[in-house]
Write a protein that binds this ligand. Structure first.
Ligand code: SAM
Length: 232
């Protein structure tokens, strides 16, 4: 029996941790350079954060960028190697998988005023994770999700939810493992928020400065009224 895509996804990040760290630290991803890095930092700052959780923090660039603005942030990621790379440059980081958060949201040691998922929700089953993260928010806290814009990510394939594969061919030769990732439509993202007890507060669509194409979908959400007591 072939391995489930969710397991392959998590393992791909351990296999690609060194290559990913190099790609990010040498600014190899154009969309990040021209728009999406600045967009996520601005979105977090707009929430006037006191304490930030960076979910799926990778090698930790966002935690360090926020520290540069005087903001305390904790980065968590399922890849022990990526967290080791993150710690090399300083900051607060922990190895934690999403299924551990779902099983025990208290393991996050919340609450957080702002929880960020920057290109880090890649699996099919995100509702339970988002519901668990909701319980770690302060009153009036925000969850911010940035994802590759579905119109761009869709490519030539049909515009419908489903598993796809990223080979990282555009990022260099050092990537060892293809990554399964779950494509979802704009409607599917919004349905997942609602299912997790979240409401959309604001939706931004950072564009490529030259082509005008949408690079990402940036969703800022808060807990739905009367859902703050609910458990995932
Ligand atoms: C595209 S990278 C983004 C990293 C970082 N947020 C950034 O902006 O550079 C996706 C990250 O999500 C993490 N991730 C994906 N699925 C995960 C899971 N189930 N549990 C924990 N981390 C996960 C990966 O290890 C990886 O670091």
């Amino acid at each position: 029996m072939s391995e489930h895509p969710e397991n392959l996804l998590v393992r791909s990040w351990e296999a690609n941790a060194d290559a990913w760290t190099t790609a990010i630290r040498t600014a190899r991803v154009e969309s990040r350079r021209v728009a999406t890095d600045a967009a996520i930092v601005a979105a977090v700052l707009a929430t006037q954060p006191q304490r930030v959780l960076d979910v799926g923090c990778g090698e930790g660039w966002l935690v360090r960028a926020l520290a540069g603005h005087g903001i305390a942030a904790l980065g968590i990621d399922g890849s022990a190697l990526l967290i080791a790379h993150a710690r090399e440059l300083g900051g607060s980081f922990r190895v934690l998988c999403y299924d551990q958060i779902v099983a025990d949201p208290a393991a996050l040691n919340g609450p957080f005023t702002t929880i960020v998922c920057n290109f880090a929700l890649l699996g099919a089953d995100i509702t339970l994770l988002l519901a668990a993260l909701r319980t770690a928010l302060t009153d009036n806290g925000r969850i911010i999700i940035q994802t590759v814009h579905p119109f761009t990510a869709c490519g030539d394939e049909p515009y419908r939810d489903g598993w796809r594969t990223e080979t990282f061919a555009a990022f260099g030769d050092e990537f060892r493992a293809p990554m399964p990732w779950f494509f979802r439509t704009v409607g599917s993202w919004i349905a997942a928020l609602a299912a997790a007890g979240l409401v959309l507060d604001r939706c931004d669509e950072p564009l490529h400065p030259h082509s005008g194409r949408p690079l990402s979908l940036l969703l800022t959400c808060c807990a739905a009224p009367n859902r703050s007591e609910a458990t995932p």
